[in-house]
Design a protein around this ligand. Structure first.
Ligand code: FES
Length: 448
């Protein structure tokens, strides 16, 4: 297929075409975004009956809603009459979704409820039962996060996630090691970046190589290694840690680290005793609950195929890279905190998150600058004739590491190679066994 020619894994070459072609973009909406599991939102955003949050799946608007009986639904935000958005707001609470065009209304279960002048105009022609809002065939809630797929044949979400679960869990679980127990801080950061969505997804697969881009924030002590504020002993601990870049059959990839044994709590919140005490308590509790060995794993970043990334430490968040066009991506950041943390801790983290991430944060600017100008520098007639280089640590996969997944203990582009191998399979219309990597004989570096 044309995609086999665009992605040469053995040589580590990928055509620039897949980051700029309108045709490729349209095809990936159809072949990637209608099949894979996508993150829609978090239960904590819709705690009460009638609550809704307007989200996106691929390029389409969807409504995440909790009905009267507290059941969660994901609907396409499109009226069955002429397709108008039935929900115009980012979030809220309602009894009915009333279409602003001709006023058809739908219940929070998605049923068509009201049709103006029904008796005189539609009686005998329109069966309301047949015209509910379009609902996703597959939806699952995992530790508060809501995921959905348009493919009724998609495997369950846990199968899809595979061993990437261990890493994502550490972002979703409470800091003291309790399962779940997180909430999204009110307000989702949203902004549009002039680049292809895969630039961002790939960066979060574990592109540690780009750390030079963030040198300025590291120098002033708000980089990720400084946890939430002060540069210090944490950096030394991280230097002693074993860093791993791991990819998984489903196309997911992470950069995590195994901290030295018996790592003590590192107080990076020295200027605020309440915050310091909270995190010290979490550290001890976590060790008690998980055991010293499991407590060693620290996840930095990861991407769950195709477009959901996360930061596992601080700033702890999920980011979704919504495709808008071949050269436009809408980034959404959901910041996570422990639901039962003291308000002072939540307030502190909110400020830290804003300072670090998002459109007004100091770190995100560096990445956006790169993706923006890399896109601009790649679209020219001549530029497009030359592939991108993905040869970093080619063939240096260390598959016998104790940790599940294909593990590299040195900075590596094996994670993106695996990501694009799966992307190519989706684009080739492969079956689910292939998409789950069940036919993979070897790591991506050695694959055709
Ligand atoms: Fe919704 Fe006509 S488009 S009622």
């Amino acid at each position: 297929s044309r995609y086999n020619a665009m992605i040469n894994l053995r040589k580590g070459l990928i055509s620039r075409e897949i980051f700029s072609s309108k045709e490729v973009f349209e095809e990936e909406l159809e072949k990637v975004f209608t099949r894979s599991w996508l993150f829609v939102g978090h239960e904590s955003q819709i705690p009460n009956p009638g609550d809704y949050f307007t989200s996106r799946m691929g390029a389409e608007s969807v409504i995440l809603a909790r009905d009267k009986k507290k059941k969660v639904h994901v609907f396409l935000n499109s009226c069955r009459h002429r397709g108008m958005k039935v929900c115009q707001y980012d979030h809220g609470n309602t009894q009915l979704f009333t279409c602003p065009y001709h006023s058809w209304s739908y219940t929070t279960e998605g049923k068509l409820f009201g049709v103006p002048q029904f008796k005189s105009l539609y009686e005998g022609c329109l069966d309301k039962e047949d015209w509910s809002l379009i609902e996703v065939p597959k939806m699952e809630i995992y530790k508060g996060t809501v995921w959905a797929s348009w493919d009724k044949d998609a495997p369950d979400f846990m199968t899809y996630l595979g061993d990437a679960k261990t890493h994502l869990d550490l972002a979703l679980d409470a800091r003291d090691g309790r399962e779940g127990g997180s909430e999204v801080l009110f307000g989702v950061h949203k902004w549009i970046i002039p680049c292809n969505w895969k630039f961002a997804a790939e960066n979060f697969l574990g592109d540690t190589y780009h750390n030079v881009s963030h040198r300025s924030v590291d120098l002033i002590g708000i980089g990720p290694s400084a946890e939430a504020g002060v540069k210090g002993r944490r950096d030394n601990e991280l230097e002693k840690a074993q860093h791993v870049w791991v990819n998984f059959p489903g196309g997911h990839g992470v950069h995590s680290a195994l901290m030295p044994e018996n790592t003590e709590f590192v107080d990076t919140y020295r200027d605020n005793p309440v915050i310091a005490e909270y995190f010290r308590h979490c550290h001890e509790e976590r060790k008690r609950r998980m055991g010293a060995e499991r407590n060693r794993l620290v996840p930095f970043v990861g991407t769950i195929f195709p477009n959901v990334s996360f930061h596992g430490t601080q700033p702890r968040n999920l980011c979704v890279w919504h495709p808008h066009g071949p050269e436009a991506t809408e980034a959404w950041r959901f910041f996570l905190v422990d639901a039962d943390a003291p308000q002072e801790v939540k307030d502190f983290l909110r400020k830290y998150y804003m300072r670090y991430s998002g459109p007004a944060g100091m770190t995100e600017q560096d990445d956006m600058e790169n993706w923006n100008y890399a896109t601009a520098g790649s679209r020219g007639v001549i530029a497009k004739r030359y592939p991108y280089n993905y040869q970093q640590s080619l063939g240096k996969v260390q598959a016998d590491h104790l940790m599940p997944g294909n593990v590299s203990t040195q900075v590596s582009e094996e994670n993106p190679r695996q990501f694009y191998r799966r992307w190519r399979d989706y684009m080739n219309g492969a079956d689910w066994n292939t998409l789950l990597g069940r036919h993979d004989q070897q790591p991506a570096s050695f694959a055709e």
